[in-house]
Design a protein around this ligand. Sequence first.
Ligand SMILES: Cc1cc2nc3c(=O)[nH]c(=O)nc-3n(C[C@H](O)[C@H](O)[C@H](O)COP(=O)(O)O)c2cc1C
Length: 406
Amino acid sequence: MTKLRFLTAGESHGPALSVVLEGIPSGLELLAEDINKHLSRRQKGYGRGARMKIETDQIKFLSGVRHGYTLGSPIGLQIQNQDYINWDIVMNPAPVDISDSEVKEAIAAKFLSRVRPGHADFAGAIKYKHSDVRNILERSSARETTSRVALGAIALKFLEAFGIKIYSQVLRVGSVELPKALWGNITAEKFAQVEASEMRCCDPKTTTAMKAEIDMARTKGESLGGVIELIAEGLPIGLGSHIQWDKRLDGLIAQALMSVHTAKAVSFGIGSEAGILAGSLVHDEIQLSESENNSSNYAHLTNRAGGIEGGMTNGEPIICQVVLKPIPTLARKPENSLKSIDLATKQNDIAFYERSDVCVVPAGGVVCEAMLALVLANEILNKFGGDSMDEALANYKNYLSYCKSR
Ligand SMILES: Cc1cc2nc3c(=O)[nH]c(=O)nc-3n(C[C@H](O)[C@H](O)[C@H](O)COP(=O)(O)O)c2cc1C
């Protein structure tokens, strides 16, 4: 990230989440609703836990926006944790009086020294020298993805001004997979079906099968992962670069997506098939094209590369897939809980359970959209610059007419 810089802060049950985003030019129309609608999308999805019913996330702008338009200064915003009223003693930033029995009991009730396999608990508690594992899980919790979605919503609004759109859909949950014919070509119409589906899946039959798979997992005290697909359309040729390792766009996108909680693999286009098929079945042939939709006079006949060649956008939509693992907190009976250790007793033990989701794949897609939007917005700013939207858009228009002249 160079032009766009951002930080998130906040504990899952702390007073609030906060975000600072620097680099958005002045003059972008931006309303709280532009962000809140994406926060609500993140909270939906079949398989979520009770926490989603407690929190109805809403942002409050603190800086960088005036009368509905960005100023070019850092955008600061906050999202209150509604649940904080129940955690006021346990998570209070101020020192607490431990000699008060009510305070002592409240803190002891939420103290954790057993760790969950698959979570940040074990490595974090040792690394940061905490005896209360809560000090790790409060920040490693995917509550943090709310902040990312808020940031991503601003990036999406920015990209929209350049005619760039990002879509996501769920391809797989556990063993249930969307038919391959429906991968890789989300139209606005199909995306409306995705948005209406509790699984963020365009096919009603697959949605039903995915929900049944989740119900089954819940009865067994299991969790389920899956795969999501991201598509970015309307991109110009030449975002990213071949000239240096850290300028390659596929690498930048993969890093951003891999930073999402539970993400375990990222692939582009035909993905791992590229390691199996012969070259003529992998590379996308290029021909003259008169289509109005193209950003040049040429088009690829297929899009197996997923829109990126040599670390640069090639004018085709970016298509990538993200594998999300099953979440680590399992609602299992003590006799079949995952084996773990207790850092206080230094004895073998079992993983603890705290209210949790069963499947977060639909929500994960919304978070991945946000991360992709941030990377692409940064690349647009790197390439076209501009302190105001007018300046950035004029530079963009100029480049588009140059591309059409080649
Ligand atoms: C939207 C979303 C919600 C999540 N909710 C939970 C949850 O309720 N319980 C849980 O154990 N993990 C949950 N996770 C996953 C953990 O945050 C994640 O597995 C953990 O931080 C360890 O990181 P890693 O999976 O990248 O190794 C969620 C992830 C996402 C993307």
